[in-house]
Design a protein around this ligand. Sequence first.
Ligand code: CO
Ligand code: CO
Length: 311
Amino acid sequence: MLKCTHQRVVVGPGDDAGVLRFKSNLLVETVDVITPIVDDPYTFGAICAANSVSDVYAMGGRPLSALAILGFSSCDYPSSAVKSLLKGCIDKLKEAGACLIGGHSIDDKEFKFGLAVTGAIDNKTILKVAGASAGEVLILTKPLGTGIITSAAKRGKVKSAALNRVIASMLKLNKTASMAAVACGSQSATDVTGFGLLGHGLNMAKSSKADLVIFYDKVPLMDEVKKCAAAGLVPKGAQRNLEFCKKDVIFSNGISKEEQLILSDPQTSGGLLIALPPKGLKKFDRIAKKERMPYWIIGEVIKGKGRIIVR
Ligand code: CO
Ligand code: CO
């Protein structure tokens, strides 16, 4: 693991984003780049923006500005597609209260797009990945399955209604989830992205020197995820994630290989995994209802040494 001990650094590598002190202010900074997961450039730009600002929300911050990074081959992509992409990105950033202030493009055979995001954060309410404590409940704010569904959709194996619901979920900002976590006394959150629920959960467990218990039946799944997993339509990333995590995960006998893969499915613009003191639950529920934000209590934090137990 990279380490940075500079006195300006408040949170270094290993968390969702870095936090830096500059004079009396704290800045939170992160970068994320992804390859297309939907065909429409406007939608892809908006998903990229939601995905990139998510790490700022996962720290309990609010995004202020972003720089775009675009890799594409100008022979293969018309400038109108790039314009739509940027429009989608700018509109989503606006919804997050942030603005695009520049960027850079490179010639690349494989299309890529992402953002470096800077935000503001309060020293007293940073949601560190290392902040989870025994006795807290685990909350997840989006269903799992974006990797499984988008890759199955590329092979024409899911209904468009199911894909559309996944797209709507990826477009959703983690803004309310972040604000609710901070307002209800959470000290720890992370966003569920490329390493899946198990990968990001393990990062929280190890950093916090605690174990996470996850109740499989409580974990929300997107439509058709079970069907796709049963048909073997699981992206390679899920298999890699499971391979990487399994030595630190204890699965109960009832948890099938398919279910293990679903918990390892790489997410794009996934929800927040929040460790919340039980006394904050009532208020969390109030905020969630008011803001119409779905959430699921999927488990709990117990004393331990950095493992996940799936029951
Ligand atoms: Co993250
Ligand atoms: Co990230």
